[in-house]
Design a binder for this molecule. Structure first.
Ligand code: NAG
Ligand code: NAG
Ligand code: NAG
Ligand code: NAG
Ligand code: NAG
Length: 311
């Protein structure tokens, strides 16, 4: 019998290529939140997790195109105010109300000292950005116990408050947070959907980022031993997921960070995880046959509600 030993490394899912100077502001070092100087907006009541079914699948000129299929995902960018420039796609995130984005702490932590912007309502992240899809961040808050060296605590979570409200439309909709008491054990082994613009060939190059939003079906394996093979792992704080079809080997990769891992219940979509980290092979390529790990949102509802008040 032969065992193929695959050396693995554990990495956050950041898009590793980074264009703007990270003028990290040391005065922010002791704080888990930071503000941008703009005016604040208010929350409203709204529906969530509902897709515009008309856009479910559309054929244009023989090419299958699915615009607006996932209207809550956004692309996080660094914004250089001085030169009015945006970075390339940095991370994903999800709209949870009219002016708030849920993402991973490592996505915003790495951009400390920069202004942030998000692109909402787009499917292709290489297209020219329309002003109506571009929103700026007013403030950011991330979990107080987050650190960029400890992957396993399940506190890789952050919120971004936008300077102006998103107007919900067929392209722009919020996803639902899991209801209180949401029980993950009930969906063990069940299908989850992951979406993102992350690397499609396993490498961390910007050119490997997907142009059009990708989706993959994963399986929740929180109580499966495969999840503890590479990491010491707490199933009540993280979500461990593996591609449903192992031959396809679909899973999260660089650039998928901060994006949603979702479950559909009664035609309504819930965000159950925020993509956090993965296992890579000896060439630092994503290793899709190993699980991906996601911050478990059901265990972070109290934190989210507190943080919404502080933003
Ligand atoms: C940050 O905390 C350290 C240790 O607690 C302290 O020495 C330092 O002065 C603080 N820095 C700022 C900018 O508050
Ligand atoms: C915000 O910006 C305005 C105009 O640039 C300035 O007058 C104000 O002092 C700034 N506020 C803070 C808290 O820095
Ligand atoms: C952060 O960690 C400390 C020490 O483990 C704990 O007491 C505190 O409750 C944690 N904070 C949050 C928001 O979970
Ligand atoms: C949202 O709609 C309101 C009312 O039509 C409009 O004033 C506002 O500019 C719109 N905001 C955005 C971000 O498009
Ligand atoms: C879905 O809706 C049906 C009918 O309203 C309800 O009986 C069922 O409990 C719902 N399922 C979940 C998981 O909420």
């Amino acid at each position: 019998m032969i065992f193929f030993y695959i050396p693995v490394t554990i990495v956050f899912l950041l898009s590793s290529v980074w264009y703007l100077k990270n003028n990290y502001d040391s005065s922010n070092k002791n704080h888990t939140s930071f503000e941008f100087n703009t005016s604040q907006s208010k929350d409203f009541n709204f529906d969530c997790g509902i897709r515009n079914l008309e856009s479910e699948s559309r054929i244009i000129n023989g090419i299958s195109s699915k615009p607006n299929r996932w209207p809550w995902i956004i692309s996080i960018r660094a914004y250089d105010k001085l030169f009015n420039k945006l970075s390339s796609h940095h991370c994903g995130g999800s709209i949870i109300n009219h002016n708030t984005i849920l993402t991973a702490a490592h996505c915003v932590y790495d951009l400390k000292g920069n202004n942030l912007a998000i692109i909402a309502g787009v499917n292709n992240i290489r297209e020219k950005i329309k002003i109506s899809n571009l929103f700026y961040a007013k403030s950011v808050i991330y979990h107080e116990n987050y650190s960029n060296v400890d992957f396993y605590k399940g506190v890789d979570i952050a919120l971004i408050r936008l300077t102006k409200n998103l107007n919900f439309s067929k392209n722009i909709q919020p996803i639902c947070l899991p209801p209180p008491g949401f029980n993950l054990e009930k969906i063990e082994n069940k299908a989850l959907t992951l979406i993102g613009w992350g690397s499609i060939d396993g490498s961390s190059k910007t050119s490997s980022l997907a142009e059009n939003l990708q989706e993959a079906n994963l399986k929740l394996l929180n109580y499966d031993p495969i999840c503890s093979t590479h990491v010491s792992y707490n199933p009540t704080k993280l979500i461990c997921a593996l591609g449903q079809d192992q031959n396809l080997g679909s899973n999260a990769c660089y650039g998928d960070s901060g994006g949603p891992l979702m479950k559909e219940i009664n035609n309504t979509w819930y965000i159950v995880g925020v993509s956090s980290f993965i296992i890579t092979d000896d060439k630092s390529n994503c290793y899709p046959r190993a699980p991906s790990y996601h911050t478990q949102i059901a265990s972070k509802l109290d934190w989210i509600h507190q943080a919404l008040k502080k933003l």
